[in-house]
Design a protein around this ligand. Structure first.
Ligand code: SAT
Ligand code: MN
Length: 607
């Protein structure tokens, strides 16, 4: 297969060369350049329906929407198959899998040889962040999956517009993202509904700024603009260029007095970022608007404030647990339609359902594996990591600045995780360096967003453990260095939150969801200097009545509030050896400062 460059919709020399090279290697039946139009999306959808890969949902329930069920072994990110292939092993660090880049390229080249037989090769130009940004950030994904092409149209600015912008004022740089499901079709061979390969590789070449993915069709492994580019590769760019690429939501908050604040929040996958990004405040007078639910790129502006841009264009949200009571705004967003649903359950009238969508379970469903299901089945109807892919623009809570390349000034950063014990509802750190210490020691119980055991407590620095594209010690050093990278840096205040603390009998102590606005109000109170806090060994924690409980006093009585805010010295002392073990694992590139912070914490707990 050779590329007819006179037919290609671009003159970008490096892009044309790369497309030709990949086509020669992978030998697709045809090459298709995505224009990102509605017509194209509809056509790909119709083709996938005809092929038996997708199901078109009932137009009256979800307009213009598709259902996909993946292979049951291709449902989540595969962290053990994710590699950072830097020239030096030490630069990938102790938290990433490393292979020599030349060896990895040789291995993958053999896997890619002829891997697109019988398939179309989609060339998917995209831009992370607004196309009219001062310095737009381009990528091109080559994929043999139409599901990927359709999803990339929702998740990124994709098609003709970014392709044209890529040659404005000369050929612009782009990150090449090569993806194959690894399931070639030889003549006469029938396709399967969800082609993938048992052998999977999600590979990053940080020095080349390139991504090679093989064998999986699942979101985080296959939609390469997302975690692979916007976090793993972008974190390396950010280190080199003096900014931050983070696993954070961006929320615009307006207080009853009309003051606007912007909050960025880092939480591990499937720990409620989308819910917080779309929060419906239960505290009267507060307004929340969504600017991003997963990724924030933060750079200094001229005056030294950190400004955040969400590089994405859509939400790739965890479906289970999303419902009218937990996240009504997400429900409104997806109910408009134009969405893709993967591994959820289907209703008999052509709609979708998942655990937590409604209080009452439907009497009959088709589960994510395609089997008839009833509440008596005793299994989950939707996979715990089933997803909706939906355009950001449809969110009723969308903030006007979502498409502004300049981004918004961040006033506060939240770090959080899912911890049943030990970590109080909210803690204010004393300064940036202390915030970095708390972020670097952040821990969370694992979720279904990645393959492997669920519910195991692991350290997850800045909720970036699976997404740091270089040495984690260097990454923490970069965070510490940030204030020195601008002559007049005004760093945001850093808070540590935990919505998930449980009582001894296993019940959540804090109602969460919309009531988290009460915590946000306290945080704003701290920014304004009006909210009360008590000093504890780990930082400043609200006094018993500092968080407004009007309307929830029965549910969260004084005793419960005291429990959810408690800094228990013994629990924290049990944390110390775990932090020590974690720091030891990070090795010699962990900034020395963090060890002294740990000593200080130990001393404070003993005092
Ligand atoms: O699968 S994704 O990586 O895109 C979502 C997540 O795990 O955060
Ligand atoms: Mn995420």
């Amino acid at each position: 297969m050779s590329v007819d460059t006179t037919q290609a919709p671009t003159t970008h020399k490096a892009l044309l060369e790369w497309v030709s090279e990949v086509a020669a290697l992978t030998e697709p039946d045809s090459i298709y350049w995505c224009d990102g139009s509605q017509e194209e999306y509809d056509r790909l959808g119709a083709e996938l329906v005809a092929a038996g890969t997708a199901i078109r949902l009932n137009e009256d329930k979800k307009k213009n929407s598709y259902y996909f069920a993946s292979d049951p072994d291709d449902v989540a990110r595969v962290e053990d198959r994710t590699f950072i292939c830097s020239q030096n092993e030490a630069d990938a660090g102790p938290t990433n899998n490393w292979r020599d880049p030349a060896e990895m390229k040789a291995t993958l080249t053999e896997l890619y040889r002829g891997c697109m037989h019988g398939r179309t090769m989609y060339v998917i130009p995209f831009c992370m962040g607004p196309i009219d940004a001062e310095d737009p950030t381009f990528g091109v994904e080559i994929s043999d999956s139409a599901y990927v092409a359709m999803s990339m149209r929702i998740m990124t600015r994709m098609g003709k517009a970014p392709l044209e912008a890529m040659t404005k004022g000369g050929d612009r740089a782009f990150v090449p993202c090569l993806h194959s499901v690894g399931y070639p079709l030889e003549p006469g061979q029938a396709d399967v509904a969800w082609p993938c390969n048992t052998e999977k590789y999600i590979v990053h070449f940080p020095e080349d700024r390139a991504i090679w993915s093989y064998g999986s069709g699942y979101g985080g492994n296959a939609l390469l603009g997302k975690k692979c580019y916007s976090l793993r590769i972008a974190s390396v760019m950010a280190r080199d260029e003096g900014w931050l690429a983070e696993h954070m939501l961006i929320l615009k908050l307006t207080s009853p007095a009309g003051k606007v604040y912007h909050i960025a929040g880092a939480f591990p996958s499937a720990c409620g970022k989308t819910n917080l990004a779309m929060i419906e405040p239960t505290l009267p007078g507060w307004k929340a608007e969504t600017l991003g639910d997963d990724i924030a790129w933060m750079r200094f502006d001229e005056e030294g404030y950190l400004r955040a841009v969400n590089p994405e264009n859509g939400f790739f949200g965890v479906a289970p647990g999303t419902g009218e009571s937990s996240n009504p705004n997400a429900m409104k967003t997806i109910n408009i339609g134009n969405s893709i649903f993967t591994n959820v359950a289907r209703t008999l009238d052509g709609d979708v359902w998942w655990e937590g969508m409604t209080d009452e379970k439907p009497a009959e469903l088709i589960d994510w594996k395609g089997n008839p299901w009833t509440p008596a089945s005793g299994t989950k109807a939707a996979h715990p990591n089933s997803r909706f892919t939906t355009p950001m623009e449809q969110a009723p809570t969308l903030g006007a600045e979502w498409n502004d390349g300049k981004g918004v000034r961040i006033d506060a950063i939240l770090f959080g995780g899912r911890r049943a014990t030990t970590v109080p509802l909210v803690t204010e750190t004393s300064d940036w360096a202390h915030g970095v210490f708390m972020g670097a020691t952040c821990s969370s119980e694992t979720t279904a967003a990645a393959t492997g055991a669920v519910g195991v407590v692991r350290r997850d620095p800045m909720a970036m453990l699976p997404f740091i594209g270089y040495n984690a010690g260097d990454y923490i050093q970069h965070w510490l260095d940030m204030p020195s990278l601008h002559e007049n840096a005004h760093m945001p205040k850093v808070f540590y939150v935990n919505w998930f603390r449980k009582s001894a009998d296993g019940k959540f102590l804090w109602p969460g969801f919309g009531d988290n606005s009460r915590v946000l109000a306290w945080i704003v109170g701290r920014l304004e200097g009006t909210a009360d806090a008590a000093r504890t060994p780990i930082g400043y924690v609200p006094t018993l009545d500092a968080i407004d409980r009007t309307g929830i006093e029965d549910e969260v009585d004084d005793a419960t509030m005291a429990e959810v805010l408690k800094v228990d010295t013994e629990e924290w002392q049990r944390e110390l050896p775990l932090i020590k073990e974690w720091f030891t694992k990070l090795g010699e590139r962990l900034p020395q400062q963090l060890w002294s912070d740990l000593d200080q914490l130990k001393a404070a707990l003993e005092a």
